[in-house]
Design a protein around this ligand. Structure first.
Ligand code: ACO
Length: 330
């Protein structure tokens, strides 16, 4: 697909280093091999050196020899990382022995590599749950200045080119924050607009979705979206954003003009911000399965450094794409 090709091309130019904590996992090794063969990014694999070497031979992965392999259990950076962890978590009373024990876990070790500047980004989740991948990142990498929540966006690529920008439309939050407040929802909208611009290179037009369009229904859930739109406009006055809009009013020109006359977003949105994680997660999966859309993500946004989570059902290709996206975010 053209978009993914562009993302890989741009990652290649950046020459970033991505750490893969699940270094002995089969799809991860295959993805790393493809990344290294095509020089899309430099790769650090975490795990036992012999196990990685034996598996690479078994699977015929000749480019894995270009990766740096680190075993978190015997790395000479453990002491420095543990000191940094204690410093970051001093308010929580973290002790150095506890930090050293946490560093045995490759998910913590990888996060500390990113925090310390030894890697530009991390991709994990082929073998671990979303919560286990995100918790170390929340605790040690934290959010960008001015952003309090991390959220997850999907780039949806549709065959029907009349939606979004030539069939490309970004959905969020589909992965992380279950029930955002109005101000958190405003942050999610701003972060998603940034992701849209930086990863796809298109000008974002953000619709704040609800079951109401411009006051057609009255409910506290609608009030939250109206308030989030107001806050987002205040936080980012240059952003093209409108709400509250129903999904049809957001993406279908004729309906948008009828229900939200004069709106510069209605009918033209290329970014859809959902009011809750439930709605966003359900919507992306339905569009993926029922409309046959390609769903690229979740791209985690709002984190101070790029750390991305995979679905445990991911393919080798999903991991390759996510490494390229992460390199672009770095
Ligand atoms: N953004 C930034 N920081 C956060 C966020 C967030 N969205 N959520 C929690 N944190 C921080 C907390 O402030 C806390 O920081 P502290 O330790 O410094 O005080 C730390 O993370 C841990 O917070 P908890 O509330 O204990 O986090 P918990 O582990 O319970 O939950 C999690 C976080 C796992 C992300 C939870 O919100 C969750 O399960 N979300 C849903 C994930 C999911 O299942 N998504 C659907 C599947 S993904 C898919 O289908 C593509």
């Amino acid at each position: 697909m053209k978009l993914i090709k562009e993302i890989k091309k741009s990652a290649k130019l950046k020459g970033k280093t991505i750490v893969l904590p699940e270094g002995t996992e089969e799809r991860t090794l295959q993805a790393a091999n493809e990344i290294l063969e095509n020089e899309i990014a430099k790769i650090i694999l975490l795990g036992d050196k012999n196990e990685i070497s034996n598996k690479s031979k078994e699977f015929g992965l000749e480019y894995i020899s270009r990766a740096t392999v680190i075993n978190p259990k015997d790395s000479n950076k453990r002491d420095a990382y543990a000191d940094l962890m204690v410093e970051i978590r001093k308010a929580k009373g973290l002790k150095k022995e506890e930090a050293l024990a946490l560093l045995d876990n490759p998910l913590f070790f990888a996060t500390l590599m990113v925090k310390y500047g030894d890697a530009d980004g991390e991709v994990a989740g082929a073998d671990n749950s979303t919560g286990d991948v995100l918790r170390p990142a929340f605790q040690y990498v934290k959010t960008l200045p001015g952003i309090s929540v991390v959220s997850g966006a999907f780039i949806m690529v549709l065959d029907n080119k009349s939606f979004g920008d030539n069939g490309i439309i970004v959905f969020a939050d589909c992965a992380v924050h279950p029930n955002p407040t109005a101000s958190e929802l405003a942050e999610i909208a701003i972060a998603t607009a940034k992701t849209t611009k930086s990863i796809i290179g298109i000008e974002p037009r953000v619709a704040m979705l609800s079951f109401s369009t411009k006051g057609s229904a009255k409910h506290e859930m609608v009030d939250k979206v109206v308030e989030a739109t107001r806050i987002a406009k205040e936080m980012a006055p240059e952003l093209k954003i409108d709400g509250e809009l129903q999904a049809d009013a957001a993406i279908v020109e004729a309906i948008g003009q009828k229900k939200a006359k004069g709106s510069e977003i209605a009918g033209k949105a290329n970014v859809l911000v959902f009011p809750t994680l439930e709605t966003g997660n359900i919507a992306y999966k339905l569009v993926q399965r029922m409309a046959g859309a390609e769903a690229i993500g979740p791209i985690l946004q709002g984190m101070a450094a790029p750390i991305n989570d995979l679905s445990r059902g991911c393919s080798k290709e999903d991991i390759v794409n996510m490494i390229a996206i992460t390199a672009n975010q770095a």
